[in-house]
Each structure stands twice: as structure tokens, then as C-alpha cells.
Design a protein around this ligand. Structure first.
Ligand SMILES: [Mg+2]
Length: 251
């Protein structure tokens, strides 16, 4: 007879687990860069300094990406701190464009404010609000993300008393530390906790290695047999059914 697993807590990845992230990232990436280009050009014109070449012409988005890659290689400890990498990369490009250090810092900061505004325009799957409301009555809940969404800027944030921003810990998943931080703050053990995430490398492997159960959100149908403790779901909406199957739902 299978022993009943007494789960006490659930940890959730955010991007591509609670919402589809691709489109919002595309819009955020292009949107904040276009905003910077436009606003900077207007500022230059107002000062009677119409540029011969606009910022985004001189440094198209690919140059910005290259700059972030260079910085991540030069500062490996910061490789997962995407917010820092982005702001530093913008500053460097703005200085290379001809702005002085203070002005570049100020424009990079303004562009990052815009980035964060757009970045938080995520649309959680319609089932998520009620799902978390119900689960929160039975389990302690935490979020663990490598991304730069601050869950507490979203209405969903009220469901997560514990929120771990792994990049800012200098230890992005698959590092075990963001999981350990979440478990410590939840006051639970790995065996009593199930992690929910879409990435095999960043969610499934590290959580399982610690001894957590894992719900792997993977809509791609395949017959790959999964190791014990790993449960594939097509969608996060299937989580309550899994918890019932595990004999863990104390509803
Ligand atoms: Mg994810």
C-alpha cells in the first residue's frame, strides 16, 4: 500500500506556469526600448540637439542583447539578475551614444521603470485566481522565479506570503538555494512540499534532487516514462486533480 504523502506546502514557478510569458516579454522588450528611443529623441530636440542618428538606429535591439551577454559573462555572479544586467547594459550603450554618466544613468533608470510597467502586464490563466484561493486554504504557498516579475505588484501576489526572486539572490534556478530559501521561509521540509514549474532543468531537476514532489507543466504529449515523484500536467489547472491523486488534498 502506498503511503499517503502529507503535503503541507506548494511552491510555484511563475513565467509559463501561471501565465504564458512569451508575448508579454516580446512586447516588454520592444516596448521599453522604443519608448527610450522616442523619449530620448524628444528630450534632445527640446534642448536643440537633434541627433544625427537616433539611439535605436545606432544601437538596435541586437546590440542591447549583445551588451547584456557581455555583462553576464563579465559578472557571472550577476548572470541571473536580469534587472541589473538590463539597467547596466542600457547605461553603457547610452554612454557609448554620447551621454554623460549621470544622464545615461537617469535615462537607463527611466527605461527600466517603463520595462517594469510593461513586464507586469501578464495575464494569468483564467483558472489561476480561484485555484490559488482554494489551495491557499490548505497549503502554504510560495513563488520562486528567475524572472523579474515582482509577484506582489500583481493581484495574485496576495496568495504568496513567500516570494523568492532567485536572480536577486545571485543564485538562479537550477541552483538549490532559492528552493531552500522558500522551504525555510515556509517552515516546511522538501518531502512535505510539491513544486510546480514548466522547466525541466530549472524546476523539475533541482526540486526533485532536494526530495520535493514535482508537478511538471509540459503540454507536449510524449510517452517518456518519468522518474518517481515527477508528475506531468498539461496545464496548471490540472493541479487539484493531481493533489487528489496523491492523496494529499485535505479539502
Ligand atoms: Mg517558467
Amino acid at each position: 500500500m502506498r503511503a499517503t504523502i502529507r503535503l503541507q506546502a506548494l511552491t510555484f514557478d511563475l513565467d509559463d506556469t501561471l501565465w504564458d510569458n512569451h508575448q508579454v516579454m516580446v512586447e516588454t522588450e520592444t516596448g521599453h526600448y522604443a519608448w527610450l528611443d522616442e523619449a530620448l529623441e524628444g528630450w534632445q530636440r527640446n534642448r536643440g540637439q537633434a541627433p544625427a542618428q537616433r539611439f535605436a538606429e545606432r544601437f538596435p535591439l541586437e546590440a542591447f542583447l549583445d551588451q547584456r551577454r557581455e555583462l553576464a559573462a563579465a559578472y557571472p555572479l550577476r548572470r541571473g539578475d536580469f534587472t541589473w544586467l538590463r539597467e547596466q547594459a542600457l547605461q553603457r550603450l547610452l554612454v557609448a551614444y554620447g551621454l554623460d554618466g549621470d544622464t545615461a544613468r537617469s535615462w537607463a533608470g527611466a527605461a527600466m521603470d517603463r520595462f517594469m510597467l510593461l513586464r507586469h502586464r501578464v495575464t494569468p490563466h483564467p483558472e489561476v485566481e480561484s485555484l490559488l484561493t482554494t489551495l491557499g486554504q490548505h497549503y502554504r504557498l510560495a513563488s520562486i522565479t528567475n524572472g523579474n516579475v515582482d509577484i506582489h505588484r500583481l493581484p495574485l501576489g496576495r496568495h504568496f506570503p513567500v516570494a523568492i526572486a532567485a536572480g536577486e539572490l545571485f543564485a538562479p534556478k537550477p541552483d538549490a538555494r532559492p528552493f531552500l530559501a522558500a522551504l525555510a521561509r515556509l517552515g516546511t521540509s522538501p518531502a512535505q512540499t510539491l513544486h510546480v514549474g514548466d522547466s525541466w532543468r530549472e524546476d523539475v531537476e533541482p526540486a526533485r534532487r532536494l526530495g520535493m514532489q514535482v508537478a511538471w507543466i509540459s503540454p507536449h504529449i510524449d510517452d517518456m516514462p518519468l522518474p518517481a515523484g515527477i508528475h506531468r500536467l498539461n496545464h496548471v489547472r490540472e493541479l487539484p486533480e493531481l493533489l487528489r491523486t496523491l492523496g494529499a488534498c485535505r479539502a
